[in-house]
Design a binder for this molecule. Structure first.
Ligand code: FAD
Length: 321
């Protein structure tokens, strides 16, 4: 069944986030040959439209408004609802990011429709769109078929393969200027806790440290390896609690959920709450002094040793590639 699918393009620091292209790819599968419409919300976002089209959107609706310069639930929901009302889509897709997690329930409630969140795979089976999502902190997966007329999903970053970029694709770019009013939040300033670099939730490689890293300076050793691999640094709650790094780096049940291609766990014991945030990584390498450490149970490759000896050696070797 061909469907009309709206896909929210998410941007940050003047760039479209990779999850936007993954969402377009998800939208294509759901559309089953129907139309995929990219949606951009912001103060000046039309310039992102081409990229959405190159990655598979058939056309783009850009809602530009001074109230949309920074994300607010009131502003974005009014902007997105204006597009939904104009297009009456059969399905809506957005990233399962901090923004998507905040915005999607609000939109689902307004539309009185169901929401399938944190989707990691989409298949068409027997005429149904089947969504796979992790449950019980990633220990199992469930498959869901929407029963509401309108399909609404958020997709977990780094799981749905992006379609090949095709710069010859063309599509209409339309502007929409709805009234946006009664925004109850004013964002005065955004204070960054972490320095610029690869976004943890979208990183293909993560080098994560635990209490075994022992100090803030110890994390510099991990940072050097992450830099050589073009990755990001993450941490266990143990390391954050000890003050070695900021809580924004915490991975796990009460931190970020990540699924990079490569996760290198250094001096992390592998508590269940940590595994909840990283066990679905594609390849896991664990470095730990204790051969009995629980992290080795989920690791594809294990190195029993002192991280302060092993990590610099890895950095030197990767530099040679
Ligand atoms: P430890 O358990 O102390 O492990 C340190 C490891 O480093 C050990 O295995 C040791 O052998 C190894 N080591 C030491 N020195 C070296 C060295 N030189 N070289 C190599 N290895 C070395 N934790 C999370 O991570 N994320 C969460 O989101 C999270 N949420 C939680 C929510 C709740 C409700 C609760 C109760 C707990 C939560 N925790 C979470 C905490 C979790 O239970 C663990 O306490 C925490 O993950 C332990 O961190 P760690 O592995 O860094 O430290």
């Amino acid at each position: 069944m061909a469907r009309k699918v709206l896909v929210l393009g998410e941007w940050k620091d003047g760039m479209l986030r990779n999850v936007s292209f993954e969402a377009i790819s998800a939208g294509k599968t759901i559309a089953e040959g129907g139309e995929v419409i990219g949606v951009l919300l912001g103060e000046s976002v039309k310039s992102f439209a081409d990229a959405l089209i190159f990655y598979g959107a058939d056309r783009v609706v850009a809602v530009e408004h001074e109230q949309l310069g920074k994300y607010t639930p009131d502003g974005y929901s009014q902007g997105l609802m204006a597009v939904v009302e104009k297009e009456s889509p059969d399905a809506i897709v957005m990233g399962h990011t901090a923004l998507g997690k905040d915005l999607s329930p609000k939109i689902a409630a307004k539309l009185d429709t169901g929401l399938i969140s944190d989707v990691t795979a989409i298949d068409i089976e027997g005429g149904n769109v089947v969504f796979t999502r992790p449950i019980y902190s990633g220990k199992a997966f469930e498959k869901k078929i929407p029963v509401t007329e309108q399909i609404f999903v958020t997709i977990r970053p780094n799981n749905i393969p992006v379609l090949e970029k095709d710069e010859s694709r063309k599509g209409e770019v339309e502007s929409l200027s709805p009234e946006i009013k009664d925004v109850r939040t004013i964002i005065k300033e955004v204070v960054r806790k972490t320095k610029e670099g690869v976004d943890l939730s979208e990183a293909k490689v993560i080098v994560a440290g635990g209490r075994g890293v022992k100090s803030e300076e110890g994390f510099q050793v991990l940072k050097q390896l992450a830099d050589v691999l073009g990755g990001a640094v993450g941490a266990s709650r143990g390391a954050c609690d000890a003050g070695y790094c900021d809580y924004s780096l915490q991975i796990g049940q009460t931190g970020k959920v990540v699924t990079p291609d490569l996760y290198i766990a250094c001096g992390i014991s592998g508590a269940i709450q940590h595994l909840a945030g990283m066990s679905n990584s594609k390849v896991i390498v664990a470095i730990n002094k204790d051969p009995e450490a629980n992290i080795f149970k989920v690791a594809d490759y294990g190195i029993v040793g002192d991280l302060f000896e092993v990590v610099p050696l890895l950095t030197e070797e990767f530099k040679k590639l």
